[in-house]
Design a protein around this ligand. Sequence first.
Ligand SMILES: [Zn+2]
Length: 275
Amino acid sequence: MECLICKSKSEFFFSKKYEEEPFATFMKDIGSVDYYKCTNCGFTVSKTHGQLTTAQWEKLNFDFHDDQEKNIQLRQINQPPYLEQAMMVNILAANYIIDTSDMLDFAGGHGTLSNVLGKYFNINLPVYDPFMQNSERQIYVAKKNLKKYKVVINSAVFEHIITMNDLDQINNCVADDGCMILHTVVCENIPHDANWFYYAPPVHCAFHTNKSMEILMHRWNYTSSVYCVKSKCWVLFKKGAKVTDIEAKVDAINGEFQEKYLIYKEGFVDYWKGF
Ligand SMILES: [Zn+2]
């Protein structure tokens, strides 16, 4: 098959069968998952997920998220570090690296980050989520009202995409002078190991590499990035971003905190080199 990201040839990588409950039941009708890895950029995708019907995909997501909510203590799921993310947004804004007056949390689910930012940092973060369109809550943006934003956050979204269009939809919300804040796992090499933690949730179907992210940045016109180890977030800056001297600002922040809180690079910050 063809790589979603770079269009090079993707080859069969390995198959995984979900044997443990409750995932074995969720995946009973779908069967084992076939992963394909790109021969050029290493981006790895589940061909099986790409062939599900919309109804199957929605049911799998519903079963998974419903189970997680009911068993949050038991499953000890790996939730995004919401407090650290909120703290990072606040620090970037205080240093004029991002503009929080015009933000969106794309596929922000129940709005956890929005709640934390609002309550503790007095920062307004509207949320778009395709599955929360019927919510009465003020924080939600209807699909028809989506526009371009100076800052688009997406947390734990990139690993759930099935088509390039899913990714383009997120980027399409970022203004030409804006930035994208991204929380996911990005590796140098996607492991050939069915027990790798990131394959564990049966709703994870896309696995990004430093090289595939660099290709995406180039295609979408992002020129530089910052990585924050504590919030496990990248900030990708569009070519037209008006913020100047990002590198100098990052150095000043690190000096202020006496630690390497942020890392700056032209292109994609390939922090997770050894993985
Ligand atoms: Zn590729």
